[in-house]
Design a protein around this ligand. Structure first.
Ligand SMILES: [Zn+2]
Ligand SMILES: [Zn+2]
Length: 253
């Protein structure tokens, strides 16, 4: 027998409640592919969230740089990449969720430059899949912004990501231990050497007692040349950190 669905006045009212009505009239439009969608994760359509793929293995066990061949680590699982052997990095372990391109790049831009802070949660959830690849850590830190830039932007995107990760992992977040003490111009547009010079002396550990003998994990949004992260690692090591690791949402190197 054919079934018919009837709506009582109250269910129709519910259907047309302000939220549903808004979605009906103005469906969300994906910021990457412009597809309209009524529901889904914030700002990007489910399909674009779906293609946001993590780096496939293998990668260098230390710096996390992806290896071209899947055979590379088969014979020697602890084999580090050439750059790590030639010039050991300041970080014990570096990992990123995925490459800095496509929907992941767009989502990070929306978070950082368009103040779409709700994106910190789904992005940090993706970063969290990498947590198991680090040895045990005692606390998380975020790459800090200079107070002037923080006032201008209103928030630190790396701290938002670190906050979500620390809650998920049940680890403490050291908010004030590492600070940016010198104003620097943005790294965008600078070459490797200029980036290193630009951030030299820009960071300081204000509370060394919270860092000494600790295994710390630094969180940032994007790893580009590593100049900023290295400047942070240098002062964390000087403050007596037992080990320093780095986790970013994306990397472009
Ligand atoms: Zn899309
Ligand atoms: Zn390496």
């Amino acid at each position: 027998m054919e079934q018919t669905t009837t709506h009582s006045p109250s269910s129709i009212f519910h259907l047309l409640s302000s939220r549903n009505l808004l979605r009906l009239l103005f469906p969300g439009r994906c910021r990457v592919c412009q597809t309209g969608y009524p529901d889904g994760a914030p700002f990007l359509c489910p399909a674009c969230w779906g293609v946001m793929a993590p780096f496939p293995p293998p990668w260098c066990p230390q710096c996390g740089r992806p290896f071209a061949s899947p055979e590379t680590l088969t014979a020697s699982p602890d084999h580090r990449c050439g750059p790590c052997r030639a010039d050991p990095p300041l970080f014990d372990t570096v990992r990123a969720y995925g490459p800095y391109e496509g929907p992941l790049k767009e989502a990070l831009h929306l978070l950082k430059y368009s103040h779409k802070m709700a994106l910190a949660v789904p992005l940090a959830e993706r970063m969290a899949v990498r947590m198991a690849e680090f040895p045990p850590v005692d606390a998380l830190l975020a790459v800090p912004l200079h107070p002037r830039r923080l006032r201008r932007r209103g928030f630190n995107q790396s701290l938002l990501l670190a906050h979500v990760l620390s809650r998920q992992a049940g680890l403490s977040l050291l908010v004030d231990a590492l600070q940016r003490v010198r104003w620097t111009r943005p790294q965008i547009g600078l070459d490797d050497q200029e980036r290193k010079r630009n951030v030299r002396g820009a960071f300081a550990v204000i509370q060394p007692e919270t860092i000494a003998e600790k295994r710390v994990l630094l969180v940032d949004d994007v790893l580009t040349t590593g100049a900023t992260a290295d400047a942070c690692a240098r002062v964390l090591r000087k403050a007596g950190a037992e080990s320093v690791h780095l986790l970013t949402a994306a990397r472009s190197c």
